[in-house]
Design a protein around this ligand. Structure first.
Ligand SMILES: *[C@@H]1O[C@H](CO)[C@@H](O)[C@H](O)[C@H]1NC(C)=O
Ligand SMILES: *[C@@H]1O[C@H](CO)[C@@H](O)[C@H](O)[C@H]1NC(C)=O
Ligand SMILES: *[C@@H]1O[C@H](CO)[C@@H](O)[C@H](O)[C@H]1NC(C)=O
Ligand SMILES: *[C@@H]1O[C@H](CO)[C@@H](O)[C@H](O)[C@H]1NC(C)=O
Ligand SMILES: *[C@@H]1O[C@H](CO)[C@@H](O)[C@H](O)[C@H]1NC(C)=O
Ligand SMILES: *[C@@H]1O[C@H](CO)[C@@H](O)[C@H](O)[C@H]1NC(C)=O
Ligand SMILES: *[C@@H]1O[C@H](CO)[C@@H](O)[C@H](O)[C@H]1NC(C)=O
Ligand SMILES: *[C@@H]1O[C@H](CO)[C@@H](O)[C@H](O)[C@H]1NC(C)=O
Ligand SMILES: *[C@@H]1O[C@H](CO)[C@@H](O)[C@H](O)[C@H]1NC(C)=O
Ligand SMILES: *[C@@H]1O[C@H](CO)[C@@H](O)[C@H](O)[C@H]1NC(C)=O
Ligand SMILES: *[C@@H]1O[C@H](CO)[C@@H](O)[C@H](O)[C@H]1NC(C)=O
Ligand SMILES: CC(=O)N[C@H]1CO[C@H](CO)[C@@H](O)[C@@H]1O
Length: 706
């Protein structure tokens, strides 16, 4: 099975013209009984809506918005308004090409077309036999409430994005018809932002738990706990997803340029557990002439590198650099056990997450109860960085893998590592953070953990790292706006199975459609790869071929070979390119070289991402919504288009502008011309060849002139 979505290179560059007409109103205040709703211009062609009960919708400290936005109106405007609308009232506000109209107290959003007509995008869902479109449930003791906001949706509307779905056999690009829990799991990273094929993007700027429902006629956002409901909507011509991303990243931030060294091959496994192994590894990459950019040391480098196994980390990092040119990365978990040297300080200074039922224990590994550092507390972030700086940064290890960063607690195991509950028969530990409860604030946990590393890098360099990153963090989770950090996400602990490989494609493009293009995965899956079996070797090599064309190329896995009892999880599994058999080593080495050949292209893609938020991993609907088959097949999540299979690849019909530029589908290796297509073609896909097609000039692609 092959990942043709990831395997299309294009020299086509799309010019996005942003129309930044300013707003004709500073805001509408809708006072509806106990309810207060503010509607304001924010960003280019964007409208922000905030609502609360009994009080103004302020004090929302967990906002993912940049204030001011990078482009367009708004910023520092507080609760400004120049129209007051009462019960059953009317009002209109236009910002660029988006119009919010309040009619009899109901809010509708329109796109103002260039010919003067208005196209309805969505409106609050009203019906005699349905909950109010803005529905709240409030317990009398608390200022917070549960909120359910409903909007109309067309039966044939297509919905893209929502972050990375790993649950429930999801292998979809069109999310219409789905109900998505807004809760973080290992490898499940829902982000409440979606794009519609009707030409709009809606984002719920709230890190609360809850649910997003895309049912036939109604789109509903449910927040388990909020004091302010805060959402944003923007529009562009239908099919112009780059403009939607540009406007969305204009209010939530853009990816800074990653350092060059990280674009190559990244070697990781669970786990290199002593210094000699790492140095031998570097020596072998050098001797076998295999390029490598990053060498990762997984957990139990903890205790700041136990000297028994890591006598001289600085010398190790220098040796790795000298032998291979590679940088190093270490993993850290956001947890601390009671026997840790840091535990007393963290507890005394109030830097740990608490639990509302008293135990304070939120996680367990390995068979030891641990507590969670509280990333939502600025003092905790400072403490963490101080330790990282002393223990690792000072030793020449500058990149941090923030594993296990989902937040949550073992009391609700589905929110975290999914430990079996054999030690706690009926756990109900409700996590409480500095910033709020797990229900109200939990989804910001990974985001603020990323922020801790970002602040650390900034404090060291004395620069605000919005343009370029000196180093990177690797995270298992994130939230909206996570793209503005020097950080990239991997898809979490996946199973080594062919269906999971194809699921990675839909996960990747859905993450990218939620603004997270800085993304990678574990080549071959994390668990279950049997490399002694033919299928295992084939799966690894195929998966590697896909990864060559991802933003980052990262391998990591475990296996079940006999290993020493000490230290814990001292895994001897080989996971180096040469450990999959000599024949496959030749192929993998070729793939690695192909990646290095493409680094200028990948860098150029990141440059576009940085400048305008243009997604790197693009589902076919991004560029080929002009092809009716792409639209129809995406609508029903036809694998031919949302995944693609071996031997049979659908090459979309080129757009008029591509045809005008004389583009033609061309097979990468042979330069065979497949024309302007719009058909299914048969392509032989031997193991040692990544079936890549390209458009435009190969020379331009190789030089990154795109
Ligand atoms: C906005 O865009 C439309 C169509 O592209 C154009 O006709 C109009 O002049 C633009 N307005 C401004 C202020 O740029
Ligand atoms: C609109 O674009 C112009 C030209 O790029 C820029 O100078 C201006 O600041 C923009 N206005 C807003 C409100 O973003
Ligand atoms: C709002 O507009 C409708 C007509 O569209 C009108 O019937 C209604 O009275 C208006 N509401 C107010 C408060 O003016
Ligand atoms: C703002 O624009 C809307 C839609 O174009 C229009 O209906 C409304 O009258 C305008 N308001 C003002 C104050 O110009
Ligand atoms: C105006 O433009 C919109 C969008 O292109 C189109 O749907 C509509 O039919 C046009 N209306 C008129 C009157 O031309
Ligand atoms: C490091 O690991 C290797 C096995 O890969 C082992 O032979 C060696 O003794 C270990 N060294 C230390 C210091 O633990
Ligand atoms: C790097 O390696 C070369 C030989 O391969 C050696 O001469 C040099 O001293 C090494 N430098 C460091 C800093 O280890
Ligand atoms: C970065 O420096 C600022 C100013 O000294 C400090 O408030 C903040 O806590 C530091 N952040 C980290 C993660 O160390
Ligand atoms: C990091 O550690 C260095 C010493 O290695 C120290 O000079 C510097 O102040 C530390 N910076 C931060 C932000 O902790
Ligand atoms: C684990 O070991 C068993 C016995 O050697 C083998 O049959 C199985 O395929 C292995 N599984 C993995 C995932 O390596
Ligand atoms: C496209 O090809 C035609 C014929 O092959 C040629 O006449 C034309 O100049 C080409 N156009 C471009 C933009 O290269
Ligand atoms: C880009 C890069 O690092 N290329 C290197 C890959 O490995 C070969 C052989 O060791 C080197 O010659 C290249 O410079």
């Amino acid at each position: 099975m092959l990942a043709a979505l990831a395997l299309i290179l294009a020299a086509a560059s799309v010019v996005c013209a942003t129309n930044n007409t300013t707003s004709n109103s500073t805001g509408i205040k809708l006072q509806n009984g106990f309810e207060r709703v503010y509607i304001q211009p924010y960003g280019n062609n964007g409208i922000r809506v905030r609502a609360s009960l009994m009080r103004d919708p302020t004090g929302h400290k967990l906002s993912a918005f940049l204030d001011p936005p990078l482009e367009g109106p708004g910023g520092g405007q507080g609760l400004a308004y120049d129209q007051v609308v009462g019960y059953q009232g009317n009002g209109t506000l236009q910002n660029g090409n988006i119009v919010a109209q309040v009619s009899l107290g109901v809010i509708s959003f329109y796109r103002a077309e260039t010919n003067g007509s208005m196209t309805l995008l969505t409106q609050e869902y009203t019906d005699d036999k349905a909950l109010y479109s803005r529905y709240y449930v409030q317990e009398y003791k608390s200022p917070s409430f549960e909120a359910e906001f409903s909007f109309t949706s067309d039966l044939d509307e297509q919905i893209y994005g929502m972050g990375q779905q790993a649950c429930c056999r999801d292998a979809s690009v069109n999310k219409k018809g789905q109900s998505i829990d807004l809760i973080n799991f290992n490898s499940f990273v829902p982000i409440p932002v979606y794009m519609s094929n009707k030409g709009y993007l809606q984002f719920f700027n709230m890190p609360s738990q809850g649910r997003m429902e895309f049912s036939s006629y109604r789109t509903r956002f449910i927040s388990s706990e909020a004091t302010v409901v805060d959402y944003w909507i923007t529009t562009a011509e239908p099919g112009d997803y780059d403009t939607l991303q540009e406007q969305y990243t204009g209010v939530t931030g853009r990816q800074p340029m990653p350092p060059d060294y990280i674009f190559g091959y990244q070697q990781s496994k669970m786990r290199y557990w002593n210094q000699t192994q790492v140095m031998d590894l570097a020596q072998e990459f050098h001797d076998r002439e295999v390029n490598v950019s990053l060498i990762v040391v997984d957990f139990f480098n903890w205790k700041s590198f136990d000297p028994e196994y890591w006598p001289d980390p600085a010398a190790m990092a220098a040796f790795v650099k000298n032998m291979t040119g590679a940088e190093m990365m270490v993993s850290l978990w956001p947890s601390v056990e009671d026997l840790s040297a840091n535990y007393i300080t963290l507890q005394e200074q109030g830097l740990l997450a608490a639990t509302r039922d008293g135990t304070g224990i939120v996680d367990m590994f390995p068979d030891v109860y641990t507590r969670l550092y509280d990333s939502t507390n600025p003092a905790s972030r400072e403490f963490l960085w101080k330790r990282l700086n002393e223990s690792y940064y000072a030793n020449g290890i500058h990149n941090f893998w923030i594993d296990q960063a989902d937040g949550g607690s073992v009391g609700e195991p589905w929110e975290n590592m999914g430990s079996t509950m054999k030690y706690i028969p009926y756990p109900r530990s409700f996590t409480q953070y500095f910033a709020g409860t797990q229900e109200g604030a939990g989804k910001i946990y990974p985001w603020l953990h990323q922020a801790a590393i970002q602040e650390g890098f900034q404090n060291l360099t004395g620069q605000s790292l919005t343009e370029t990153c000196p180093h990177m963090s690797l995270t298992r989770s994130t939230f909206a706006g996570g793209q503005r950090y020097c950080s990239y996400m991997w898809s979490g602990d996946t199973l080594a199975e062919f269906p999971v490989l194809t699921q990675q494609i839909t996960g990747a493009v859905s993450a990218a459609a939620a603004g997270i293009s800085s993304w990678t995965l574990d080549i071959g899956g994390f668990t279950g790869l049997d490399i002694d079996a033919d299928w295992g070797k084939e799966l690894y090599v195929r998966w590697f071929g896909m990864a060559v064309l991802l933003p980052y190329v990262h391998t990591d896995r475990i296996c079940n070979l006999t290993s020493p009892a000490e230290p814990y999880s001292a895994n001897n599994c080989p996971n180096e390119p040469w450990s999959y058999g000599e024949d496959n080593f030749v192929i993998l080495k070729k793939y690695i070289n192909q990646r290095y050949e493409l680094v200028p292209y990948v860098k150029a893609l990141f440059q576009h991402l940085h400048e305008s938020g243009k997604s790197i991993m693009r589902a076919l609907y991004y560029d080929f919504s002009s092809d009716p088959f792409v639209v129809q097949a995406t609508g029903v999540n036809n694998p031919l288009v949302v995944e693609q299979y071996m031997f049979e690849v659908y090459l979309p019909r080129l757009t008029q502008s591509m045809i005008a530029q004389n583009y033609s589908w061309t097979y990468w290796r042979t330069n065979q011309d497949y024309g302007q297509c719009g058909n299914t073609v048969n392509v032989s896909a031997p193991l040692d060849e990544i079936p890549v097609f390209y458009l435009g000039s190969k020379a331009d692609i190789l030089s990154g002139n795109i």
